[in-house]
Design a protein around this ligand. Structure first.
Ligand SMILES: [Zn+2]
Ligand SMILES: [Zn+2]
Length: 60
């Protein structure tokens, strides 16, 4: 069995897979610095809130 599937990161705001072609952004959680937050292009545009899955920090 070969591993052909690529795991796409999920947007931390809308939970949709972030495609590599999207102009998404990723950054470490400013509160715990432990988890990587992803935001898709749309969520960036609309400034949706994200929730850190590690410490439940909410940020713009
Ligand atoms: Zn999103
Ligand atoms: Zn956090």
């Amino acid at each position: 069995m070969s591993q052909a599937t690529v795991t796409l990161p999920l947007c931390s705001s809308c939970n949709r897979p972030v495609k590599p072609a999207e102009r998404a952004t990723k950054f470490n959680c400013p509160s715990c610095n432990a988890s990587l937050i992803w935001r898709c292009e749309k969520c960036r545009k609309f400034s949706r809130l994200y929730v850190c899955p590690n410490c439940s920090f909410e940020g713009p």
